[in-house]
Write a protein that binds this ligand. Structure first.
Ligand SMILES: Nc1nc2c(ncn2[C@@H]2O[C@H](COP(=O)(O)OP(=O)(O)OP(=O)(O)O)[C@@H](O)[C@H]2O)c(=O)[nH]1
Ligand SMILES: [Mg+2]
Length: 470
């Protein structure tokens, strides 16, 4: 971090390119005010450009004039904000010009010709971080706000910018640090045998932190689904009613439905909104043994979509006995979120729900009837089950904290697993030195979220996600 060059003054266009009422060029660094002073003039009554005295934090009217040619570039408003209470913590100048690409480009060029350097992506925000005004998670919130496409994405980013995540992380780190300090004291001054009670204290304190991290991760996954959508794969052996389900959910006849097994030979993807959640549905080729080359490719795609889906809807035809094909599919479902539809309830049953429950004990089973022209019995119940799964049964309270950034989620998961290890080896009564390693790893991972233990590579990675001018 020390190699950061605070001497440069950087400049960039900070508004989006395109036509607009106004556009803004921003500079940050020691020379900002001087550079503005070279370019900024007001015409007197005789039409001669005069220097303007620039007051702090006061939007001032004038023109940008090319100092070499005297050419009038644009009529602007400009403001100078002295360090340290600025976006970057440095001296900042903003020039509001007309929102034409030509004007923006010319004024930016003049800034660059007169001593500024073109800012790198995210460099204004990086300076805010390095200047200590924002921690890393807050800096990342800025980019998340700019890129947010939904209200909930924006809300969670603004909470993060305000420091909500940082506070939670600092609090968790403090708790871990308390444990670490205790352990270190015991390692350094082992005046008596470590009492059993000491281990159980460690375990309970760490479990408390671990549970909190676990909640953050779960909320975060929920948030990801609300923002990015849920991938649902519809699977089952041929002819069980997968395409009928797809059509029922889309409320149109998108997929071909026939009584010929093997009708769907390739995966079909469609988007649908279920209870406010954007869902990507994949209808797949029925999984069975086959010699047909095309169908084989379709089936291997079906199996792939099982692996990549967030949620799997498996259909079973209750008018037929369970077959090895059903069993093969069930064996692919271990550890996955599954809703089972016991379909074709309107026909004579060879299979009841209890038989199915014995085979797939942990999944939800819903009885459906999806025959063409029927009322699509069970669809509502299934849609409700899906929203319940995503929302965890409760509507998100506005103002609750949601971790949305993938980098943060990964670090939380690393920290969780390090704490899990620490707890496991504490239970075994292993030496404190061993436990300490995992605990301090957990502590460091959390530190990386707020940027307290990051190296330059991570910083470059983070800020490269930004756009120019931010
Ligand atoms: N009686 C009855 N027939 C159904 C029901 N659901 C689907 N069917 C019928 O079962 C047949 C197969 O339905 P599809 O939706 O094409 O089945 P699929 O699972 O997509 O079949 P493949 O694409 O071949 O794997 C069609 O004739 C449907 O009309 C149901 O609940 N009851
Ligand atoms: Mg089909």
């Amino acid at each position: 971090m020390n190699n950061f060059n605070f001497d440069d003054t950087i400049a960039a266009v900070s508004t989006a390119y395109g036509e607009g009422g106004i556009g803004i060029i921003r500079m940050s660094g020691d020379s900002s005010k001087d550079i503005l002073g070279l370019l900024f003039r007001r015409f007197d009554d005789d039409g001669r450009p005069q220097k303007i005295s620039i007051e702090n934090r006061k939007l001032t009217y004038g023109n940008i004039i090319d100092p070499e040619t005297g050419e009038n570039i644009d009529e602007v408003l400009a403001v100078y904000m002295p360090a340290p209470h600025t976006y970057t913590t440095e001296d900042v100048v903003e020039i509001d010009c007309h929102g034409s690409i030509v004007s923006l480009r010319r004024i930016l060029s003049l800034c660059l010709e007169n001593g500024a350097r073109l800012a790198e992506k995210g460099e204004f925000t990086k300076r805010a971080f390095l200047g200590g005004r924002l921690d890393l998670s807050q800096a990342e919130a800025v980019i998340d706000m700019i890129k947010a496409k939904t209200d909930s994405g924006f809300d969670s980013a603004i909470g993060q910018l305000e420091g909500r995540l940082s506070r939670v992380i600092r609090d968790l780190r403090q708790k871990i640090l308390d444990v670490l300090v205790n352990i270190t004291v015991n390692i350094d001054y082992p005046d008596e045998d470590i009492e059993e009670i000491f281990y159980s204290d460690i375990i309970s304190q760490l479990t408390d932190v671990k549970d909190k991290i676990d909640d953050l991760i779960k909320e975060g996954e929920k948030g990801r689904i609300v923002r990015e959508g849920l991938d649902i794969a519809i699977i089952g052996k041929p002819n069980v009613g997968k395409s009928s389900l797809m059509n029922a959910l889309l409320r149109e006849t998108r997929a071909i439905v026939t009584d010929i097994p093997g009708t769907t030979r390739d995966t079909i993807e469609e988007s649908v909104n279920i209870g406010g959640i954007p869902v990507r549905l994949t209808d797949t080729a029925g999984i069975r043994e086959t010699d047909d080359t095309i169908e084989k490719i379709g089936i291997s795609r079906s199996i792939n979509s099982i692996r990549s889906a967030d949620l799997i809807i498996m259909l079973i035809d209750v008018s037929r006995e369970l077959e090895s094909e059903d069993m093969d599919i069930i064996s692919e479902l271990k550890d996955r979120k599954v809703i089972v539809l016991a379909n074709k309830q309107d026909l004579d049953k060879k299979l009841n729900t209890e038989d199915i429950r014995k085979l797939i004990p942990d999944s939800m089973i819903i009885e459906t009837s999806l025959a063409e022209g029927s009322e699509d019995e069970g669809i509502c119940e299934m849609e409700n089950a899906i929203t319940d799964m995503v929302m965890g049964g409760e509507i998100r309270q506005s103002g609750s904290m949601m971790v949305t950034n993938v980098r943060h989620l990964d670090l939380l998961k690393n920290s969780l697993s390090a704490l899990g290890d620490a707890i496991a080896i504490s239970r075994l009564g292993e030496p404190l030195e061993l436990i300490e390693i995992d605990i301090s790893n957990a502590y460091s991972y959390l530190g990386e979220i707020i940027g307290e233990e990051v190296n330059d590579d991570i910083l470059n990675e983070v800020f490269s996600r930004f756009c120019l001018g931010k």
